[in-house]
Design a protein around this ligand. Sequence first.
Ligand SMILES: *Cc1c(COP(=O)(O)O)cnc(C)c1O
Length: 225
Amino acid sequence: MTSIASNLNSIKADIRLAESNAGRESNSVQLLAVSKKKPSAYIIEAYQAGQRHFGESYLQEALTKQKELSHYQITWHFIGPIQSNKTKQIAENFSWVHSVDRLKIAQRLSNQRPESLPPLNICLQVNISQEESKAGIKLTELADMIQQIEQLPRIKLRGVMAIPEPAQDYAQQRLPYRQLHQAIEDLNKPELDTFSFGMTADLKAAITEGASIVRIGSALFGART
Ligand SMILES: *Cc1c(COP(=O)(O)O)cnc(C)c1O
């Protein structure tokens, strides 16, 4: 077994264990393989081991890989910062966008989503740790933003994504996810079923607090340089 395949198995085992420890249903958490800065050959290895959902952060790099891998049945997720002049290519080439952080971007993605494709699945990126430098909308703006985005015809709002401030302490890792999960529960919108929470360093905390998609890069493909 290749190391990517064995990494994949051990991450899946970690996810299943965290689901079980949190009293959650088995397979309620999906793995998104974050392949940014890694070659297409690595994606193929993960694909051959059964992985189908891949996340990329840099548009040009992603488009190159999509061309190389066009014969594979991959579902592509865009998870990186979005400049407004890049929305057209994102709308045309991805199934999911996790990093929508302002209304203008959502409007452009909706306008530019080709009619030949199903509506684009999106998550709102929430700046849950209230870091000045971080992308994302504020928790206080969330309800209003959701209401406006729900009007857009060619995107389908699925939920939220967060990248909290890194923390070593498990309780500290859990807190921002709990707050955001609760904020969505309070809106009473069952169609918002996606919580894109958790990376390599805080996978367990994220699953304990309701993650439905975890975005894992380095544990699967190795450290990025
Ligand atoms: C790079 C990246 C990840 C993966 O991070 P790892 O720590 O390597 O698992 C997840 N989410 C986003 C938004 C990223 O940019």
